[in-house]
Design a protein around this ligand. Structure first.
Ligand code: ADP
Length: 355
């Protein structure tokens, strides 16, 4: 609870989505498809927007917190997330994750090309800009990847370290990641250098293991601790940026062929099964949270274990769903929309400030 007399989280300006109610907000961005005809029956963009699909003769209408049509700019997407990002400076925990089929624009939205940056670079720039004018903050960074149910520290000196995730004291969000390195980040420039180091460790691991980044999940966690108690009361805010692996089902990923015909087939099947398991576990966690079950199965996968602090009571979570409008992707699009609709019904409880 926000103590009496203290400011609550920013409530979102008119025309902005995030009132930071305690439930997971679901935003949906459509990938531009050029001149390809859209598979969607109809689209109502904006706040409380809807997407109507017709798949296998069945029409379905999905309502989301916000729908971004294909011509939406990176800036417009970020504008909706700004209040959530800024609330980290007041001691709130915020998690932004991208979900969707490979090729629908998850990386484009999260990272973006250098000339048109996405959510992560914009969020980090905004935070450092605000910290420059506000109180002193101590900022730390950690970065991990989950590939085939193995968690690796992407910022460990030397090759990416294999980590063990354990149940920890409740005060730490319920988990402990033994051996995970946390790096002090004095300024934005250092932060960008560290992120590119992390990305290159991910790429190195990818070459060694014949893996593509869309087959692994990546989690960047930024912790902002106010070091000036008189100004911001010693609060600790956290920003989790989560780039999930492609959500397409095994058969669609082109796996299932025999290792003889495809020398990487067995490897790709293992990858796809690990991804399916972790995304299924994420669905299970969301279902338990939605039904307010006393037991939430966070321990069912490494992904859900690591996301446990980000999906606890009082946190703010935003799912950015990326979808394609290509007719051949319609089955995956409908699956993604069903997942997002269920996630949108999850309540995490009112936003809480962490001390
Ligand atoms: P994913 O990470 O989901 O696999 P990417 O982000 O790599 O997908 O996007 C696939 C391709 O589509 C890339 O070439 C990317 O630049 C392009 N793309 C995706 N979204 C957009 C967009 N909104 N505007 C322009 N290009 C986009």
């Amino acid at each position: 609870q926000v103590p009496e007399g203290q400011q609550g989280p920013p409530t979102g300006c008119p025309g902005r989505l995030l009132e930071l109610r305690g439930n997971i907000r679901v935003l949906c961005r459509l990938r531009p498809a050029g001149s390809t005809p859209s598979s969607l029956v109809s689209l109502e963009p904006g706040q409380g927007g809807t997407i109507t699909t017709c798949y296998r003769g069945r029409q379905r209408r999905f309502r989301l917190d916000w729908v971004f049509p294909p011509d939406t700019s990176q800036e417009e997407v970020f504008r909706q997330l700004e209040p959530a990002v800024l609330s980290c400076l007041q001691g709130y925990s915020v998690c932004i994750f991208t979900y969707g089929q490979t090729g629908t624009g998850k990386t484009y939205s999260m990272e973006g090309p250098p000339e048109d940056p996405g959510i992560a670079p914009r969020a980090l720039q905004l935070l450092f800009q605000e910290m420059g004018t506000g109180g002193q903050h101590h900022v730390t960074l950690s970065m991990v990847e989950i590939y085939n149910e193995t968690v690796r520290d992407l910022l460990a000196p030397g090759p990416p370290e294999r980590l063990v995730v354990r149940q920890g004291p409740a005060g730490l969000g319920g988990i402990q990641v033994a051996g995970l390195t946390h790096w002090d980040v004095p300024n934005l420039e250092t932060l960008h250098q560290m992120l590119s180091l992390g990305r290159s460790s991910r790429a190195t691991a990818a070459t060694v293991m014949n893996q593509h980044s869309s087959r692994s999940h990546a989690l960047v966690t930024l912790t902002l601790q106010a070091a000036s108690p008189s100004r911001v009361l010693g609060t600790t805010g956290t920003l989790h940026l989560v780039d999930l692996a492609g959500s397409e089902r095994v058969w669609k990923a082109g796996v299932g062929s025999t290792p003889q015909r495809d020398p990487n087939g067995a490897q790709r099947l293992r990858e796809a099964q690990a991804i399916n398991r972790s995304l299924l576990a994420l669905g299970g966690v969301m279902a338990a949270l939605r039904a307010r079950r006393p037991h939430v199965p966070f321990r069912d996968s490494q992904l859900t274990r690591l996301l446990q602090p980000a999906l606890g009571a009082g946190t703010t979570a935003v799912l950015l769903l990326q979808i394609s409008t290509r007719p051949e992707d319609l089955g995956e699009t409908v699956c993604s929309l069903k997942f997002a609709e269920r996630v949108g019904q999850v309540e995490l409880g009112p936003a809480q400030r962490h001390r």
